[in-house]
Design a protein around this ligand. Structure first.
Ligand SMILES: Nc1ncnc2c1ncn2[C@@H]1O[C@H](COP(=O)(O)OP(=O)(O)OP(=O)(O)O)[C@@H](O)[C@H]1O
Ligand SMILES: Nc1ncnc2c1ncn2[C@@H]1O[C@H](COP(=O)(O)OP(=O)(O)OP(=O)(O)O)[C@@H](O)[C@H]1O
Ligand SMILES: [Mg+2]
Ligand SMILES: [Mg+2]
Lengths: 272, 272
């Protein structure tokens, strides 16, 4: 059974893309067949995986907008430098979906429906889907910094919202607002949606960050994963190499922390 | 004559809000009557100035959506801890404008029209506008991390787009995309729009940041302000105090750098 994770937070620059790619890589390294999906018009996940969003024949947009009964998954999904990790790339046309899809009836289900061939026990033949040997164990959705249409699509398609937060003073406020939206999605389109929180870009030497981290832990208790991801400049370099951090710099602290975080995430998910 | 600056960049977390407040404060400190306008549904500028967006009777949204011929500016504009600096606060309802205004005809001019009473040589009487002694010298617009309706409103209302970028590998790409949008706005709704770029959140000890900074300087030459704003943890603290950095920590490096940057910005603007 496929588990879909929406990596979301409307605040900008809180390591959604970095975490989506890192966690997806850690899952793949453990042997899980993993697909990372780029839902941000800015397509940073696509670039971090080494692709140019403007030079791809097809992306997730063609699947979302396409009319085919049997879309050509094999043409859209890309490999990465990690064997078990595939990429469903995004591009700028996602902005069009963000702006204009919110008006359509039942728009919320568009992504869930689009992904259904690869989330069920669908076993596509090799010839139709040469990049898909079989369905994925984990699908991770990288969301843009907003609570608009694209994030709603992701939350409706997901089993879990996985929310990176910075240990900053106003972060809790934005978090509560995101959880309001999670609650609305639970009521309207996805009752099974659950969520988990973790701290990213943590400056462990900063007194205020330490205090905010404690406050978030107290406030959100069992919903927050124990391991914070601390600042590590190697995370700014790995996108240049087009590689996930655990391949680019396997022994850097960030690689270890993302691996630990992924184990904690799996505990939460698999103990449900 | 009022000069309006749109602080914009679709990338999340690149110090738009931090820079908007800091530059506005530096202008106010120099004696310019300055208004900072919060156009982000997340209302971080409003919070950084010490206000709770959910507890304000009126915000910029009421001016944008209001039907009054003579809106009550005095009820909307808030003071800050700096005498020459006022705040036009935002709130969550800006998300509604972001999602649903793009369809209206000539929506692009809504902000420019809304601000026209305070950008012309309009001299409101004290009784109608107790917080407005006269029109402002500078208006700064804090934009959300997207190139949607709110940013288009800002770019159509502005004389200058002032663009913070991080010295990161993919930053130039996003910058070029923003400049495409600037160009479209120049063609359709605002021929007088110009732009200037500066580097923010600069990690001066990082070799890659240094290299990217050089590349951005070479690529954008006279459009980029010389002084980068370096990382300074005091900038993460000042929003908690509800004060601009130059009041909260006047001698910290970031205060000096933002003052220098503001002088360089004024050179660009006033030499045109
Ligand atoms: N732990 C970390 N240490 C140092 N730098 C980090 C860390 N995590 C992320 N970064 C850097 O911070 C910046 C923002 O990260 P990222 O792009 O992943 O955030 P985001 O939430 O996806 O942003 P957006 O809201 O624009 O989608 C990037 O330059 C990234 O390389
Ligand atoms: N020079 C700096 N040094 C250290 N921290 C900084 C600096 N500039 C900004 N920050 C911090 O980085 C974070 C992001 O900054 P800010 O919120 O201003 O970015 P933004 O571009 O407005 O984000 P968004 O895209 O969400 O609107 C904030 O926590 C802020 O305090
Ligand atoms: Mg991202
Ligand atoms: Mg901001």
């Amino acid at each position: 059974m496929t588990i879909t994770l929406a990596i979301s937070n409307q605040k900008g620059g809180v390591a959604k893309t970095t975490s989506c790619f890192a966690i997806a890589a850690c899952l793949a390294e453990k042997g899980y067949r993993t697909l990372a999906v780029d839902l941000d018009p800015q397509a940073h996940l696509t670039m971090a995986a080494g692709y140019d969003p403007d030079n791809l024949e097809k992306t997730v947009v063609d699947l979302l907008l396409g009319e085919d009964e049997q879309p050509e998954w094999g043409k859209v999904i890309q490999k990465t430098t990690l064997e078990n990790l595939h990429l469903l790339p995004g591009d700028l046309r996602l902005a069009h979906i963000e702006r204009q899809f919110g008006e359509r009836e039942n728009y919320e289900f568009l992504l869930r429906q689009t992904l259904s061939p690869i989330t069920s026990s669908f076993q596509p033949s090799e010839s139709t889907y040469p990049n898909l040997i079989s369905a994925y164990d984990y699908i991770l959705l990288d969301c843009p910094p907003s609570l608009g249409t694209l994030t709603i699509l992701a939350l409706t398609a997901a089993n879990w919202a996985v929310v990176p937060v910075q240990a900053e003073y106003f972060a809790s406020r934005g978090l509560l607002r995101l959880l309001d939206v999670v609650e609305k999605v639970q009521e309207h389109t996805n009752p099974a949606l659950d969520y988990v929180i973790f701290v990213a870009m943590y400056d462990s030497r900063n007194r205020i960050s330490q205090r905010v981290f404690k406050e978030i832990q107290q406030h959100f208790e069992e919903k927050i994963l124990p391991t914070p991801i601390r600042l590590d400049t190697r995370l700014r370099e790995s996108p240049i190499a087009g590689e996930p951090i655990i391949l680019y710099a396997p022994r850097t602290r960030a690689s270890q922390e993302y691996r630990t975080l992924t184990d904690e995430l799996l505990d939460q998910i698999q103990s449900k």
